[in-house]
Design a protein around this ligand. Structure first.
Ligand SMILES: NC(=O)c1ccc[n+]([C@@H]2O[C@H](COP(=O)([O-])OP(=O)(O)OC[C@H]3O[C@@H](n4cnc5c(N)ncnc54)[C@H](OP(=O)(O)O)[C@@H]3O)[C@@H](O)[C@H]2O)c1
Length: 302
């Protein structure tokens, strides 16, 4: 099988590439936006890296052509002057879908987020909902995998947990009382591969989260315990954080906006986890947290 990955240098993409490199039977085209990103991709005889420009529809189609499935991973939660929800989440998805159709690629897998909804008042969830709609209405077959916080070495969410757990005291939004269902990014990789290998027509939507709901503060405390540490957790009211973010938002574009705060403090609720349907055996949360501990953290804080 041939797979092309767009946004291959994302944290999830890097881990997916490592999974694919271990399989000899899949050839991968890893698409990124810069030579610098290309240089940092995992090296393997089965992976060929390409620098792409999403605005170059012909070039993109030529790059994706020949893939049995395209995995679209490009997307952002935090905007910057260089990347907005519109460009990163919506326009990039449209470009990839258009290129798939032009190149005759029949299957696509989109990684989306719980809460994605094209009518959401929250700009992030709205943009992810619009990306989903582009894929659902594309005429391609494939899958949309909606997930919540992803945990794996190097992922932004994991870095935040490990950083908080490494402090003697930490202030969390709302005291970290919201409930999360962290998904091990290795499990996401397995789910993506299952979806690539599928052949059913149409676009299936799966909600896939980790096996155990836990308050964010408990995830931080459990991570600290794994490092033989104790972290004292204080609370910053969410309304106050939103107000501060709204005021500082006048001076800069992107960063920690009220939109982002609403996303990262909302509880992750799933009615039916798709693990069984996708044939993915979920990694226990404790095992996922163990994987996040870099040995230098243990050494630095004996
Ligand atoms: N991390 C999570 O907890 C989580 C949870 C739910 C869903 N997801 C989704 O899973 C996917 C991967 O997440 P991740 O955390 O691994 O991503 P990430 O590490 O933050 O990487 C973001 C990717 O998006 C690309 N990108 C940024 N702006 C872009 C633009 N304007 N046009 C095209 N590409 C752009 C980046 O390319 P450059 O390096 O060139 O900027 C990079 O490849 C994303 O779609 C994300 O929304 C993630």
């Amino acid at each position: 099988m041939n797979i092309a990955i767009t946004g291959a240098n994302s944290s999830a993409g890097n881990i997916l590439l490592r999974h694919l490199a271990e399989r000899g039977d899949i050839q991968v085209v890893a698409c990124v936006r810069s030579a610098r990103a290309m240089a940092n991709l995992p090296a393997s005889p089965s992976i060929s890296a390409r620098a792409i420009d999403y605005a170059d529809r012909d070039g993109l189609a030529a790059t994706l052509g020949g893939a049995g499935c395209v995995v679209h991973l490009a997307g952002i939660l935090v905007e910057s002057p260089a990347s907005s929800y519109q460009t990163a989440n919506v326009d990039a998805t449209q470009a990839v879908v258009d290129a798939c159709r032009k190149a005759g690629v029949r299957r696509i897998v989109l990684v989306s987020v719980l809460g994605a909804d094209p009518t959401s008042p929250n700009r992030y969830w709205r943009s992810k909902g619009r990306a989903e709609r582009i894929v659902s209405e594309s005429g391609l077959s494939g899958a949309i995998i909606r997930t919540g916080i992803l945990l794996g070495p190097g992922m932004a969410g994991a870095r935040a947990v490990v950083h908080a757990a490494s402090q003697p005291a930490v202030t969390l939004l709302g005291g970290g009382r919201h409930s999360i269902r962290p998904l091990d990014v290795d499990d996401l990789s397995r789910a993506i591969l299952r979806c690539c290998e599928g052949s059913a027509p149409g676009v299936a939507v799966y909600e896939l989260v980790g096996p155990e709901p836990a308050a964010y503060r408990d995830v931080v405390a459990r991570t600290a315990a794994l490092m033989d540490r104790h972290v004292s957790i204080r609370s910053l009211p969410v309304w106050l954080a939103r107000l501060g973010a709204a005021l500082s938002g006048w001076r800069r574009q992107g960063g920690m906006t009220p939109t982002v705060i609403d996303v990262i403090t909302s509880s992750e609720v799933v009615h039916e986890n798709a693990d069984a349907e996708l044939g993915v055996l979920l990694t226990p949360l404790s095992a996922t947290l163990e994987k996040l501990l870099p040995s230098q953290v243990k050494v630095a804080h004996p």
